[in-house]
Design a protein around this ligand. Structure first.
Ligand code: NAD
Length: 352
């Protein structure tokens, strides 16, 4: 049964770890190391069942393979889950035991932060293994790089749709004024775009509008708002059967992960004549920063590298147009071709 799940998505390795003293239960999934060591965060969740945890780690590690490959990074896809209620199980001893588990992987898996694990936990993991990024002495806060990458991605979309990459005068609706959305909205305003912002935190919206002179809109009206670009920077699953028919934009391009409720919604957007920039392509600035942290480099270098998203995404958009398919299909094809074209040698460790 486990071999069936693993084989289906082509995973290389799935390892289960326990520690008697701390009660650690962790699964590390390595999807593909053709392009380099697998990298992905550690998610701490109280899964309903062990099968649900396995399903999650398999899905997330595969997604990391595509994300890294589509960002031209020398990395493969991996992910880890620690099972349990974070409030009950989180302890230094648990993360030390987890660090030893990561170390057992011999560099085939590099871990980082994810839901319920932060720099503080990665600092503890780093006592036991070198195969960790996202520690407090690493490159902090990739959100500015992520936002800059999204900005460059919007330029690529504008180039295709309007024949000019300049965002001056473009009407952009930014959903979510968190770490990425705020930074993106500021960069767009500086570049002369007409920005409308929205968040469930009304106070944050009012404060931003007062400081920057942006327009505001209620969170529930954001989809019907007529604009050139809708930039979702809040939560996943918001492009679905209810919202897609109501959209009044030419382009959807934002940072939010898993923004499509289902894969078929990429086709639904295309059928409506809306250009959708795949989330994992346009929000890759975060991963670029993590990669810089791992391989060595500065925040400024990561920021500059994120600008490559413009050229890469435009190539995918043009390919999708030529092949009459979605940009999501074109992005997947790009990633798969990169993996197929590699020589199969991982820079760190041999493949099994
Ligand atoms: P964040 O938690 O700092 O901000 C999210 C914001 O969205 C918050 O202000 C929240 O109030 C708001 N929000 C939540 N639900 C909303 C709704 N229904 N309508 C409007 N606003 C809503 O998160 P972030 O780091 O800015 O990340 C934003 C998105 O980008 C997430 O999906 C994240 O997974 C993705 N992402 C972030 C990075 C990064 O570097 N931070 C990298 C890649 C992808």
């Amino acid at each position: 049964m486990v071999f069936d799940s693993i084989g289906e998505a082509g995973h290389e390795q799935v390892s289960y770890f326990t520690d008697r003293e701390t009660g650690l239960q962790a699964i590390i999934a390595v999807h593909d190391t053709t392009l380099g060591p697998s990298l992905g965060g550690t998610r701490l969740l109280d899964y309903e069942t062990e099968d649900a945890a396995l399903e999650d780690v398999l899905r997330l590690s595969k997604a990391m393979t595509y994300k890294a490959a589509a960002a031209d990074l020398p990395l493969g896809g991996g992910k880890a889950v620690i099972l349990g209620d974070p409030d009950e199980i989180k302890s230094e001893a648990l993360f030390e035991a987890y660090g030893r588990a990561v170390d057992c992987m011999g560099g085939r898996y590099i871990t980082s932060v994810d839901i319920n694990s932060s720099a503080a936990e990665m600092d503890v993991v780093a006592r036991e293994t070198d195969h960790v990024v996202g520690t407090s002495d690493g490159l902090q806060n990739p959100s500015g790089v992520t936002a800059h990458g999204v900005f460059c991605g919007i330029r690529a979309c504008a180039e295709h749709v309007y024949g000019r990459s300049d965002v001056e005068g473009l009407e952009v609706v930014v959903q979510g004024l968190g770490k990425v959305g705020r930074s993106l909205a500021e960069e767009l305003l500086e570049a002369g775009a007409a920005v409308t912002v929205s968040d469930v935190d009304q106070e944050a919206v009012e404060a931003f509008a007062a400081e920057h002179g942006a327009e505001t809109i209620e969170p529930e009206s954001v989809y019907e708002q007529s604009c050139d670009v809708f930039a979702p920077c809040a939560i996943g699953g918001i492009l679905n059967d209810e919202t897609i028919p109501t959209l009044e934009c030419d382009i959807v391009a934002g940072a939010a992960n898993n923004v499509l409720a289902e894969r078929r919604h990429a086709d639904a957007l295309r059928e409506r004549g809306i250009l959708y920039a795949p989330d994992y392509v346009i929000n890759a600035g975060g991963l670029v920063t993590v990669a810089k942290d791992h391989f060595g480099g500065t925040y400024e270098e990561a920021y500059a590298e994120a600008e490559e998203i413009e050229r890469r995404l435009l190539g995918m958009i043009e390919r999708a147009a030529a092949e009459e398919t979605t940009v999501l299909d074109a992005a997947e094809a790009y990633a798969e071709e990169r993996i197929a074209g590699a020589d199969g040698e991982s820079p760190t460790t041999p493949r099994p």
